[in-house]
Design a binder for this molecule. Structure first.
Ligand SMILES: [Mn+2]
Length: 432
């Protein structure tokens, strides 16, 4: 007999939260931005109907605690009703602990929740036969120190077993502590439907899937590109997981290497043209979902425009951003330039010559290679950079004043440091 099951796994909807954007210069934009988190959730529900799924799973944080509102709750309720016979199962996370206790009476009877005192198991039946079990437990407070996963015990048989859990899966004692190794030991669980990490992440082996769908709609530059949910198809023992995008608003960081443009990029008006060209290219991309792009431009490399950029005051740059934005205020898709980061270095016609022939350049390069290829030295470097890193264990909110520590960021910092050293050195050489 073939086993067939199809469901949606989503998490971290954060209904009631609004994307954080610096430049909102008209009411139309403001209203659009206010609605995107709701609209992505609505897409999940509409897709559930369109794909005719057996059920929808939400692994915590349906509501964004801080801005929990009657509007958000009413919206959720109405979307659940729209599902009619499609069942929806959800656990509560750290943002909406035990919201089910408060409101479960009011939700339509296709909605099933999990208590916070102990795990609960629902049997999902099709044609009078149990084909899936769904186990879960909700947070009882904003932090959850219990290792909930330990109590998730199900029979290991032909029934497909799914576990809902809201966790950071890094052992953090505030978010239902566990590690990926822990979850793997539960051989009775076929699919771990996780929530809390706002980035999609999937670990798949022959008999088990462990998955974070991430946030369906990002709200700041810590939640880049398009979010979504997983559409899961079970046919016999095969588990097929497909990521479906749901973001109406997309945060993007785009790097521009000024080296490439040479004489076509020497003043601010050239820069404005270049950025506007790039926006137009982005808007032409085939994407029928995105309604708003929010962009941070990062200017890098060497070029003549460097000294002009360096002389710009913050106000000048803001004026430039306003100017660019005013050209993309209308149309089917809006593009908002949020900021322009200047990370350029001065032009050097002789740079290649210098790099090839100057002993000092080789020494800098060697030193950098040493640091980047040696884990101990790299660790020391990270430590020496001090308090610039965002190291808190909360994956939900980024600190915009700090840097996320990863290989790309570290390489960027080191290469900028190198450019600075070279610039300073050249100044001395030229003057003296
Ligand atoms: Mn969470």
């Amino acid at each position: 007999m073939t086993r067939k099951l199809r469901y949606i796994h989503a998490a971290d909807i954060h209904l009631g939260s609004i994307p954080h954007i610096n430049y909102i210069d008209n009411v139309y934009k403001e209203e659009l931005i206010r609605e995107v988190v709701y609209k992505s959730f609505e897409k999940i529900i509409d897709d559930a109907i369109k794909y005719n799924v057996d059920f929808v799973l939400i692994s915590g944080d349906i509501f964004d605690g801080d801005s929990y509102s009657i509007k958000a709750y009413k919206f959720f309720k109405s979307q659940c009703e729209k599902l009619e016979n499609i069942k929806l199962y959800f656990v509560c996370g750290n943002h909406d602990p035990m919201i089910n206790e408060k409101y479960k009476m009011e939700l339509s009877n296709n909605v099933f929740t999990f208590e916070s005192d102990k795990p609960k198991i629902y049997n999902y039946e099709k044609d009078g036969k149990v084909i899936a079990r769904i186990i879960g437990q909700s947070y009882r407070a904003r932090s959850e120190s219990r290792s909930i996963w330990k109590e998730y015990n199900l029979p290991k048989d032909e029934v497909f077993n799914i576990a809902l859990l809201h966790t950071s899966m890094d052992g953090n004692k505030r978010y239902a502590p566990c590690t990926i190794g822990d979850l793997k030991t539960k051989e009775c669980i076929n699919y771990w439907a996780l929530g809390h990490i706002h980035k999609q992440q999937i670990f798949k082996d022959e008999n088990q899937v462990i998955a974070f769908p991430g946030i369906p709609q990002g709200r700041d530059f810590g939640e880049l590109e398009s979010g979504g949910y997983y559409l899961v198809d079970i046919v016999d023992d095969n588990i097929d997981v497909q990521f479906i995008k749901t973001s109406y608003l997309v945060f993007k960081k785009i790097k521009i290497s000024i080296d490439k443009y040479k004489e076509n990029l020497v003043n601010i008006s050239d820069l404005e043209d270049l950025i506007e060209d790039k926006v137009n290219t982005l808007l032409e991309e085939d994407n029928d979902l995105v309604k708003v792009y929010v962009i941070q431009w990062i200017l890098k490399g060497r070029g003549d425009i460097h000294s002009i950029l360096n002389d710009q005051s913050e106000e000048d740059l803001e004026e430039l951003i306003k100017e660019i934005n005013s050209n993309f205020n209308y149309g089917k898709i809006l593009a908002i330039t949020d900021s322009i980061l200047v990370r350029t270095s001065r032009a050097m016609s002789q740079i290649q010559n210098f790099e090839e022939n100057n002993k000092f350049f080789h020494e800098i390069d060697n030193m950098i290679q040493n640091y980047m290829n040696n884990d101990e030295l790299k660790e020391e470097l990270v430590k020496n950079l001090g308090k610039i890193w965002d190291i808190k264990n909360d994956h939900e909110n980024i600190n915009e004043e700090k840097f996320l520590l990863n290989e790309e960021m570290l390489t960027d910092i080191v290469s900028e440091a190198k450019n600075l050293i070279i610039d300073e050195l050249l100044k001395k050489l030229v003057i003296e």
